[in-house]
Design a protein around this ligand. Structure first.
Ligand code: MG
Length: 251
């Protein structure tokens, strides 16, 4: 009882000190004028802002290579400014950026192929955005196409369920805006801080600052292993998914 009284009185005295202090202050005392945030020029239709690194603007695949053998990327470039998965059996395969990245804000747009009812679940319009080549934000045609919840479109594949299903109708363009903070590792290669990821799917929050459990695993439990900056990978899962307008800002 006495302890509670002492704590209560201490709290009240701190509160009254803060109130007294506030009385002595002017609005200017809490204004910060330096540094000034840099100006970033934005453009219509989610076009790359002035400080972005453009990874794909529809003209070429110069920023991309085959994820397995580092040969030139062989995805199909379309007249509408998009590129489409070609399929491993036709020399496609997953592609990755030539450059390595750490923490980023990433914008991209993707489109499922026309509805193919013979494909169900994970086979329908499957692709994926692998941040640092390891951590997959799922791309899937989930419209009237049930699958496990942590494998849904906009899930962190097999790690967390999206907060909403926000896809546009099959065959139309979706946007992903991803805010990703890379994991940090100690000198002994143990994990210092997990990677975090936030995803907006067509402007809807689907992943809210999720702490990644480790690299995406199809079978088994994810487990971190130390790494540095790494490429972004787009998955060839055998579905002709298309991408366009890909850019990032380093954080
Ligand atoms: Mg996938």
């Amino acid at each position: 009882m006495r302890k509670a009284l002492v704590i209560g009185l201490s709290f009240l005295s701190i509160l009254s000190y803060a109130q007294d202090k506030n009385k002595e202050m002017s609005p200017k005392d809490t204004e910060i004028w330096d540094p000034i945030p840099p100006v970033v020029t934005t453009h219509k239709n989610n076009a790359a802002p002035s400080d972005a690194i453009v990874l794909f603007d529809g003209s070429d695949l110069n920023q991309w290579i085959n994820a397995k053998n580092s040969n030139p990327a062989k995805w199909q470039i379309n007249k509408d400014g998009s590129m489409t998965v070609v399929g491993k059996n036709k020399g496609g395969g997953s592609i990755k950026t030539k450059d390595n990245y750490g923490s980023i804000q990433l914008h991209l747009e993707w489109r499922s192929p026309e509805l193919d009812k013979s494909r169900k679940g994970q086979q329908r319009g499957n692709s994926g955005v692998f941040i640092q080549g390891r951590y997959e934000v799922q791309v899937l045609d989930n419209n009237n196409n049930p699958t496990y919840s942590n494998g849904q479109v906009s899930s962190i594949y097999k790690q967390t369920i999206p907060l909403a299903k926000a896809s546009v109708p099959t065959g139309q363009w979706n946007t992903y805006d991803i805010i990703y903070h890379a994991p940090e590792f100690n000198k002994d290669k143990s994990l210092k801080s997990a990677a975090t990821i936030t995803v907006l799917h067509n402007g809807i929050l689907t992943i809210d600052h999720f702490e990644l459990l480790g690299p995406t695993k199809y079978i088994g439990i994810p487990e971190y292993s130390a790494h540095g900056d790494a490429p972004i990978m787009l998955q060839d899962h055998g579905s002709p998914v298309s991408y366009r307008n890909i850019w990032l800002r380093k954080l």
